[in-house]
Design a protein around this ligand. Structure first.
Ligand SMILES: NC(=O)C1=CN([C@@H]2O[C@H](COP(=O)(O)OP(=O)(O)OC[C@H]3O[C@@H](n4cnc5c(N)ncnc54)[C@H](O)[C@@H]3O)[C@@H](O)[C@H]2O)C=CC1
Ligand SMILES: O=C(O)/C=C/C=C(\O)C(=O)O
Length: 491
């Protein structure tokens, strides 16, 4: 990008893109694969955020009053329009994240379409529970709850799965009759702006979807979450920021939904299908360069198969292809930023100081001139660390994992649960009873058996402990994005 021809990514407020004014602040959108700026982003100041919240408030009454069928039709048209502009969404996601084009297609943009269709179906089919209450003398009362939209919802999302996570929240929020003010990550502003075009074309009224770009503290993130016109906050991101947002929202006692970090375990038992397990672990450790909150960073392996699993995983890690995101053969992209790479490298150094053995990786690759400006890191596997070590306790959010042996099922469960996080786990075994038993014993929001990141969008998604608060997905989303008024009628 040259200084003369910036491609602007603009804020979207009350149905219009806002042209950056001369005095306004802006920042570069960086392609993490090269380190080069690919667009300029207009940063929303406090008055613009206020305009966005005011527009969302104005749109709330009319939008929440529309028939469910009308709202779900808008969602279905949005899904169709994303499909019609599929390659544009893929290109925007790849430019912002550097992720391989195949991943952006198969995971991020495909899931955006599925999010709109699934929540249209779920909201269209939703019913209300009612209770017939017995009263003395054979009389009864009827209790039923009417669900109303939560209101103006602040949607704060991170950079790892930008469109997937944005639509995971926006689709149910809009379907339930809410209006939203979205603050995408400063690292990945592109697809939220494209979605504004799609939603407007799908027939969403002005003001129901607003996008304000910027950073966290002292910028758009803080202005949105502290705005008195916000009725609830849904947030995905780091535990530290989630805790901060919770404190800022607390004085106004607004509902929050938090999907935060993870330090997820995989448990490999001796009877596991080795090939299937290795394929699954390769995905769960290295997918999206380890930048999925569900990724495995702790692999507990029964001692009798430890060497086989370690050797197999090393072989697969070495076969991953780092390279241009546009090359269809590329499997693995860069980390999101130089700052994040610095954090991940800090853990690589720390693991070395703690005496970890590096089975593969451990450094920064050299990929060739243009890509060497990017934030690349080698897929890395360690042995020799224990649960006491910081690289095994803290979320790293990169393509790294520690392999740790165990001898008994009880020990494996205890090791896996020995964490302050509680997002996800995967259990690898051919013994179905053990699979159910261990998966249920995991102190997490989601347990998989012989698979990982297999999603049914109707099921509850979220974590316990430092991994979050509340659940979204299916009925859980409907509960978060609505408030019930219970009506009791004496009959
Ligand atoms: N588990 C997960 O899903 C994710 C975890 N992370 C972890 O978090 C670490 C830091 O990454 P960040 O991008 O800094 O994540 P973050 O949690 O700080 O950012 C997530 C979103 O929150 C916004 N935000 C930040 N401060 C805010 C504030 N005071 N008020 C309102 N909004 C605010 C950001 O602008 C972004 O849109 C990563 O290294 C990684 O370990 C990052 C992204 C996703
Ligand atoms: O909804 C999903 O399928 C995936 C969610 C992933 C995250 O929340 C994350 O990586 O932060």
């Amino acid at each position: 990008m040259t200084a003369q021809t910036p491609r602007w990514i603009r804020n979207f407020v009350d149905g219009h893109f806002i042209d950056p004014d001369d005095g306004g602040k802006s920042f570069d959108a960086i392609d993490p694969a090269t380190g080069l700026a690919h667009a300029r982003v207009h940063e929303a100041d406090a008055p613009l955020v206020d305009r966005a919240v005011t527009a969302a408030r104005k749109a709330l009454g009319p939008w929440s009053a529309t028939a469910v069928r009308e709202r779900t039709e808008v969602l279905r048209r949005a899904a169709d329009l994303i499909e019609a502009r599929f390659d544009e969404f893929v290109a925007a996601e790849v430019a912002d994240t550097g992720k391989p084009v195949a991943l952006a297609r198969d995971l991020d943009v495909a899931r955006a379409v599925a999010n709109f269709r699934t929540f249209a179906d779920i909201v269209a089919a939703a019913g209300q529970e009612s209770f017939l209450t017995d009263l003395p003398g054979g009389r009864h009362a009827l209790n039923y709850a009417v669900r109303k939209p939560l209101g103006v919802v602040a949607v704060i999302v991170p950079w790892n799965l930008p469109l997937l996570l944005l639509t995971w929240k926006v689709a149910p929020a809009l379907a339930c009759g809410n209006t939203v003010v979205v603050k995408p990550s400063e690292e990945t502003p592109g697809t939220a702006a494209l979605l504004a075009e799609v939603l407007a074309e799908a027939g969403l009224p002005a003001g129901a979807y607003n996008v304000v770009h910027g950073f966290g503290g002292g910028s758009a993130g803080e202005y949105v979450t502290t705005h008195p016109g916000i009725d609830g906050v849904t947030f995905t991101g780091s535990t530290a920021t989630g805790a901060h947002v919770m404190r800022t929202v607390a004085p106004r006692v607004r509902p929050v939904s938090f999907e935060l970090g993870g330090k997820n375990a995989a448990l490999v038992f001796p009877d596991a299908d080795l090939e299937e397990t290795l394929d699954g672990l390769t995905r769960s450790v290295f997918a999206n360069t380890g930048q999925v909150c569900l990724c495995t960073e702790r692999v507990y392996v029964h001692r009798s198969v430890f060497a086989d699993v370690a050797d197999g995983l090393v072989e697969r890690a070495r076969s991953l292809r780092l390279g241009s995101p546009l090359d269809p053969a590329t499997t693995t992209g860069p980390l999101i930023s130089q700052a994040h790479r610095q954090k991940v490298r800090g853990y690589l150094d720390l693991a070395g100081e703690l005496g970890a053995k590096v089975l593969t990786g451990g450094g920064t690759p050299a990929l060739g001139t243009e890509l060497d400006g990017g934030s690349w890191i080698e897929p890395t596997l360690w042995t020799g660390l224990t649960n006491a070590d910081r690289p095994v306790r803290e979320e790293i959010f990169g393509p790294v994992a520690a392999l740790i042996p165990f001898d008994t099922e009880d020990e494996a469960v205890a090791l896996a649960n020995d964490t302050d996080y509680g997002l996800a786990a995967s259990v690898w075994t051919r013994d179905l009873r053990r699979g159910h038993r261990v998966a249920q014993a995991m102190n997490v929001g989601m347990s998989w058996v012989n698979t990982w990141f297999l999603r049914d969008l109707r099921s509850p998604f979220g974590g316990v402990g430092l991994s979050g608060l509340g659940r979204e997905g299916g009925a859980s989303s409907l509960h978060f994005y609505t408030e019930p008024t219970n009506v009791c009628v004496q009959l």
